[in-house]
Write a protein that binds this ligand. Sequence first.
Ligand code: SF4
Ligand code: SF4
Length: 394
Amino acid sequence: MQYRTNPRNGDRISALGLGCMRFPGPPGRPDPVRARELTARAVERGINYLDTAYLYPGNEACVGATLEELGLRDQVLLATKLPHGSVRARQDLDRIFDEQLRRLRTDHVDYYLVHNVTSPAQWERLCELGIEDWIARQRAAGRIRQMGFSYHGSAGDFPVVLDAYDWDFCQIQYNYAGETYQAGTAGLRAAAARGLAVFVMEPLLGGRLADRLPDRARRIIDAAATPELATPAAWGLSWVWDHPEVTMLLSGMNAPEQIDENAALAERALPGSLAPAQHEVIARVVEEFERTNRVPCTGCNYCMPCPQGINIPGCFSAYNASYAHGWFTGLSQYFTASAIRTSEPKLVSNCVRCGACARHCPQHIDIPARLEEVARRFQPGPVGWALRAWSHRG
Ligand code: SF4
Ligand code: SF4
């Protein structure tokens, strides 16, 4: 495993971290057996950073039980996140954090993040509630080692958030298709210049830069493949690691073979290891990707559940697939996502525009409006009437 150093405290962190949000299992109920298998394999392969969050349903408890049962707590750096929207008063900080420690079966968190910061005003509100003093007390008690934030706001606001506190680290969305999106390359460099460790999430855009890459982009990768860079995922992860400012990237691996593949890549993907010709390949892939990237959904599930039962990420994935891989492929995926062949189909046209989903979307997608586009693509005119009649039968 390749390790990179946290410039703040000298921690040696594996270049590949385990994002536990995508542990296998039904929503809210990660499978404990498979979580144990994945975690054991990850640590065996040298991964020493595990990331979870209060808001990932059932995830902290699963991570805590897994680490306790495997006896691995002291071998890993454990990260979790504060749901700042749930903090209404200073005592909420203690209540939430105590609950996190209980769930995680530990007495400290190595890396604690304010989760999903999208504007400087959110941090200012926490400061008014006394969070800076609270952090100082937790640090002094050894309950938090490093303090950071995960970010999904604009490029312009990012330096403002960086300068609003003496952060140890930050976590940004970063991949070759998003150099100017959210923090982007400018944000990566700004954080590193301030001496922060930078952790990267969504290096493969929720799989859209891996197996779901558009067909034409995939052909470009296949033509340039080498034994070391044999798959789209290998190209996407290596591109992130190519940046010396990146301390670690998180990948939501949900099979032991994925861990083996990514860990092997992490060993080789040193900063600056991609050749200029390989960067040109990626630039051509980006051009193709952008032609078909209709909805920037990463499949994070933050918007779920929808009270109408709509599978929002599944429907967006089908919509994008209809441009990346052809309309029939997208339609087939839409049929699966909307459970059309079951007795209780959940069509996008069932959306009542309640807005419950959109305020949780870190990509700031206007979900109800974009679902209307999905409806126009997959349920046009008579097809829509037939599907709606079918969905209301019985
Ligand atoms: S706006 Fe539509 S998709 Fe979003 S939660 Fe409400 S019904 Fe579901
Ligand atoms: S619509 Fe937004 S919140 Fe929902 S899965 Fe996609 S990116 Fe995540």
